[in-house]
Design a protein around this ligand. Structure first.
Ligand code: NCD
Length: 321
C-alpha cells in the first residue's frame, strides 16, 4: 500500500487483511509494554490543517507505539498561518525526511494532490479531506462492527461484513465519514442505508453503492428487509453550514436524532456508533451515547490499532512481519 487516500483504494482482500493486522496490533496493546519496534528510524509527519482531537492523537499514538519518530504539525502556529502554500509546506517535509505524511485538510482533494504532485516521496494517508473522505475512520468503524457482530476480539479474523445491515443517519452532505463508510462497507459486503433530510443529502448520492431514505423510523423498522445490525449517527456539522438546512434543532432531533426509544426498535445484538465529536441532544441523546449498545468509546480505542495497521502496512509492508 503506497498511499491511503480513499476507502475505494482497498479491495475486499486488502481491507480484510488490514482489519486482521489491526487485530494483531490490538492484541499487542493489551500487553504491559505497548511499544513495538516495527517502524524504528522512520519519520511520520502529522499535518493537520483542520481541527481534530481524536484523529490527530490517534495517529500520534499509533506511530509512537510502532516506535516511529513523530512530528505533529498543526496549521495554527505554523507558517501556514502566514500564507505558506501546501506545496511549500510539502517541500519542507520532504527536506526533513518524512516517510509518511498523515494529512487533514479542509479542501477535498488536498491529500490526493500531495500524493500525486511529485513534491514529496513519502506515503500519504488521508486523515479527512473537506467533505470528501476519511478512510481510516471507515476502517476503524468496520473493525468495531466486525468485533461487535462476529463475537469480540479476534473472533472475526479473516471475515468480511457480508450480510450486515447498517443505517447511517445524519448530515451526509457534509460528512467525509459517510462516503468512506459507504464505500468500505459495500466492499466488505454489508448493506448500507443512508438516512437524512433531503436538504442534507449530497447531489449524486443516488450513484453511491447504498440505499437512500429520509424516514429514520422506517429504516430502523427494517423497511425493505431485516432490521439493521448497527446504526451510525453522524454529527450535524454546523461549522460547514452557511444556510438553514433544517427548521430547528428540536425538529431535527425529533425526526433524525438517535435516542433510547429508537434504539429499542432494534434487534438485541444491534450496536450504535458515532465518529465523534458528538452534539449530545441533537443527533444523539445522552442515554443512547452512554447506553449499553454504544460502541463509541471502543471506536476511539480501535482507532489506534487500526491506524497502527495502516502505518505498518504502508511503511513496513509484509516483509517486516
Ligand atoms: C469526523 C471528521 O472529522 O470527519 N470526526 C473524526 O474524525 N473523528 C466527523 C466529524 O467531524 O463530525
Amino acid at each position: 500500500m503506497r498511499h491511503l487516500l480513499s476507502a475505494a483504494d482497498l479491495s475486499r482482500e486488502q481491507a480484510v487483511h488490514l482489519l486482521d493486522v489491526a487485530e494483531q496490533m490490538a492484541a499487542t496493546q493489551q500487553r504491559e509494554i505497548k511499544k513495538l519496534p516495527a517502524l524504528r528510524g522512520r519519520t511520520v509527519v502529522n499535518l493537520f490543517f483542520e481541527d481534530s482531537t481524536r484523529t490527530r492523537t490517534s495517529f500520534e499514538a499509533a506511530a509512537k507505539r510502532l516506535s516511529a519518530d513523530v512530528i505533529t504539525f498543526s496549521a495554527k502556529g505554523s507558517s501556514v498561518s502566514k500564507g505558506e502554500s501546501l506545496k511549500d509546506t510539502a517541500m519542507t517535509l520532504e527536506a526533513i525526511g518524512a516517510d509518511a505524511v498523515v494529512v487533514r485538510h479542509s479542501a477535498s482533494g488536498a491529500p490526493h494532490r500531495l500524493a500525486t504532485s511529485g513534491w514529496i516521496r513519502a506515503g500519504v494517508l488521508n486523515a479527512g479531506d473537506g467533505t470528501h473522505e476519511h478512510p481510516t475512520q471507515a476502517l476503524l468503524d468496520a473493525f468495531t462492527l466486525r468485533r461487535a457482530l462476529r463475537g469480540g476480539a479476534g473472533a472475526g479474523t479473516g471475515t468480511d461484513l457480508a450480510g450486515a445491515r447498517v443505517v447511517v443517519v445524519g448530515d451526509v452532505l457534509h460528512s467525509r465519514v459517510a462516503r468512506s463508510n459507504v464505500l468500505l462497507l459495500h466492499t466488505l459486503g454489508a448493506r448500507v442505508t443512508l438516512v437524512a433530510p433531503p436538504t442534507l443529502l449530497p447531489v449524486g448520492v443516488g450513484a453511491w453503492p447504498c440505499e437512500v431514505a429520509t424516514d429514520l423510523d422506517a429504516a430502523l423498522a427494517g423497511s425493505g428487509g431485516a432490521r439493521p445490525d448497527a446504526v451510525m449517527a453522524l454529527r450535524v456539522q454546523l461549522e460547514r453550514m452557511d444556510a438553514a438546512y433544517f427548521p430547528s434543532a428540536r425538529e431535527y432531533s425529533r425526526r433524525y436524532g438517535v435516542d433510547g426509544r429508537r434504539l429499542a426498535l432494534l434487534p438485541d445484538h444491534a450496536v450504535l456508533l458515532h465518529p465523534g465529536p458528538m452534539n449530545r441532544g441533537l443527533e444523539i441523546s445522552a442515554d443512547a451515547a452512554d447506553g449499553v449498545r454504544s460502541r463509541i468509546v471502543e471506536q476511539v480505542a480501535n482507532g489506534v490499532a487500526t491506524r497502527m495497521a495502516a502505518l505498518y502496512l504502508m511503511l513496513a509492508g509484509e516483509d517486516a512481519a
